[in-house]
Design a protein around this ligand. Structure first.
Ligand code: ADP
Ligand SMILES: O=P(O)(O)O[C@H]1O[C@H](CO)[C@@H](O[C@H]2O[C@H](CO)[C@@H](O)[C@H](O)[C@H]2O)[C@H](O)[C@H]1O
Length: 544
């Protein structure tokens, strides 16, 4: 890249008379850096997850060098402290650039270092930094035991660095595409442990040969002062795709709802089916196939197959105790109920405090949610481990259609980081695999309602008729998915319990997920809160 000369002198208030390579060893810089400027910068970032709390101050928890030969960048682990909430840690790699054209994005602080004026920026913006990280992973020693640890998978054959660019999607971390073939995801929110995304990716693809997730290629981690192994970045194969399954499903559902009018379907008299009844495609009534088309059911079968294969891989480990299957027990029951009752109370408070902002159907459903709180709480308390015979496994944990990539007629499963609100320890607790199934079923329900809401007025039927037709469709979708999933899981001896146990767990986990989603939506997109509220009502109205 051609170097531009900086025209106007920059107003740098701070000057440090040490070379960049020693800057952080000198306390003065950090005192300046951890100022309001950094606070403002951090709070504006897409990856910052503390937006609903009041930031008090930022401290430096750790720093380390990301280095190759003479080229040095710093990795900072920042501790963000809040007025009321628990602290959070974030990863911020920094670089010093004297050329303003390199500091067009993510400029943090103007400074003068060793007499040279320039800026501290987020290093991910520099191609040189991205190249360095790729090359360090690509050339990593098999057993790197240094503090800053690079790892390359034995099954990855790296080529020389060619190009890199931002993935450019709305995401909570920062992903960079390298050579059009690999993705390096820099985790932003950091936990004092191995990131589950790294653990699961490596386990599934490297150890179990599971093909429908991006292959693990390598990683960067650091050992902190307490000797905890902290994942900083994960490198995986780039999976060519036609978008995610959420977009795909919305497209399909719009066609299906449009078909009601187009095919002159009597939406009031479509055949019903029991919720979660296992269905082979040939058992789906012809009226439903005529309305929705065969293709969507074939796609659901494929997704169910890939999901079952993921759980089969996760349930087939007998050495590594982080993955060996477990049974239900009293400790699990106590952990589960505590967590859910806490989450439920949090949702009650959020809804109560924001009731005055809601209107229409959302207000109606929110009021009903508050009125029926004891009924919902009772459902959460009604969990008796002695009645459950199935297994618990490491699971995806945040499984929804947005975590699935579409590639032709197939699907790839992504992002095993777990539920964003849970602590890192909670995300690693073994759960019934049906928790993931509940997650994806909630996503089907979401997609049905999102389609109806997104196309308000476009389908010439009453809202009630569309809701009824949508609920029916959802029943057929879940029934067909269940049949393929359960059949495959059982053939591979993963014990998910007898039929009644499976249905109990599914309903339990779906209520958990819908209540979780209510909090997510109230905080991130309140106009969507109507969807989980509708979901909660439909789950608690089902008395079985
Ligand atoms: N290995 C990959 N191959 C292709 N696309 C990917 C890959 N990893 C991530 N993506 C794309 O980036 C999006 C965000 O990735 P994800 O792992 O969910 O990041 P985050 O944890 O930041 O939400 C995905 O929905 C997908 O579209
Ligand atoms: O950002 P993540 O992918 O980790 O997940 C969070 O955001 C999701 C929304 O992007 C949210 O998912 C909810 O909305 C989806 C539609 O946008 C829907 O398919 C999911 O079923 C629903 O849970 C997810 O809950 C949240 O953790």
């Amino acid at each position: 890249m051609e170097k531009k000369t900086v025209e106007a002198p920059k107003k740098t208030t701070y000057a440090f008379d040490v070379p960049w390579e020693q800057l952080l060893d000198e306390g003065g810089f950090m005192k300046v850096f951890l100022s309001e400027v950094l606070e403002n910068y951090v709070q504006q970032q897409r990856w910052y997850g503390g937006k609903s709390s009041t930031l008090k101050y930022i401290e430096l928890q750790e720093y380390f060098r990301i280095q190759q030969r003479e080229e040095v960048y710093y990795g900072l682990l920042l501790e963000v402290n809040f007025e009321e909430a628990f602290f959070q840690h974030y990863f911020l790699p920094i670089a010093f650039v004297s050329d303003e054209s390199f500091a067009e994005k993510d400029r943090i602080l103007p400074v003068t270092i060793g007499g040279v004026e320039g800026f501290i920026i987020d290093a991910v913006n520099l191609e040189a930094f991205r190249r360095l990280v790729y090359e360090r992973i690509a050339t990593a020693e098999p057993n790197d035991t240094t503090r800053v640890r690079y790892h390359r998978s034995a099954i990855f054959e790296p080529g020389p660095y060619e190009t890199s660019k931002f993935m450019g999607l709305e995401q909570s971390n920062t992903s960079i595409i390298i050579n059009g073939r690999s993705v390096i995801k820099f985790f932003r929110r950091i936990y004092a442990d191995k990131n589950p995304d790294y653990e699961m990716s490596r386990f599934l693809s490297e150890r179990k040969g599971y093909k429908n997730t991006p292959a693990y290629q390598g990683s960067l981690s650091i050992m902190d002062a307490d000797n905890a192994n902290i994942t900083i970045a994960l490198m995986q194969e780039l999976v060519p795709n036609q978008g995610d399954a959420w977009e795909f499903m919305l497209g399909e559902l719009h066609k299906i709802f449009s078909n009601l009018e187009y095919k002159g379907i009597d939406a009031e008299n479509l055949p019903n089916v029991e919720l979660f009844q296992r269905l082979k495609i040939r058992e789906v009534p012809p009226e439903i196939i005529d309305w929705a088309g065969l293709n969507i059911f074939l796609k659901l079968q494929k997704l169910a197959q890939r999901t079952a294969e993921m759980h089969i891989a996760l349930g087939s480990e007998f050495e590594d105790t982080a993955f060996t299957p477990a049974h239900f027990n009293g400790d699990y029951e106590v952990w589960l109920k505590n967590r859910l009752l806490y989450m439920f109370q949090n949702r009650l408070n959020t809804v109560e405090n924001n009731l005055h902002r809601l209107e229409g159907t959302t207000l109606e459903l929110a009021t009903e949610f508050l009125e029926r709180k004891n009924e919902i709480r009772k459902r959460f308390v009604n969990f008796d481990w002695t009645k459950l015979k199935g297994e618990r496994l490491r699971v995806h944990g945040d499984y929804h259609l947005g975590q699935v990539l579409v590639q032709g007629d197939d699907f790839y499963l992504l992002d095993f980081e777990g539920e964003p609100e849970s602590t890192i320890r909670d995300r690693k607790v073994k759960q019934p695999p049906l928790k993931d199934i509940a997650g994806i079923f909630r996503s089907f329900h979401y997609a049905v309602y999102a389609t109806i809401f997104n196309h308000e007025g476009e389908y010439p039927y009453s809202r009630e008729a569309l809701f009824r037709a949508g609920e029916l469709l959802y029943r057929y979708f879940t029934g067909v998915f269940m049949e393929t999933y359960v059949q495959l899981i059982q053939v591979h001896n993963i014990d998910i319990g007898y039929s009644a146990e499976r249905i109990f767990l599914l309903k339990y986990c779906m209520l958990e997920k819908a209540v979780y989603e209510l909090g997510y939506e109230m905080n991130s997109r309140p106009h969507w809160a109507v969807i989980p509220l509708e979901g909660i009502r439909s789950i608690i109205n089902d008395k079985n």
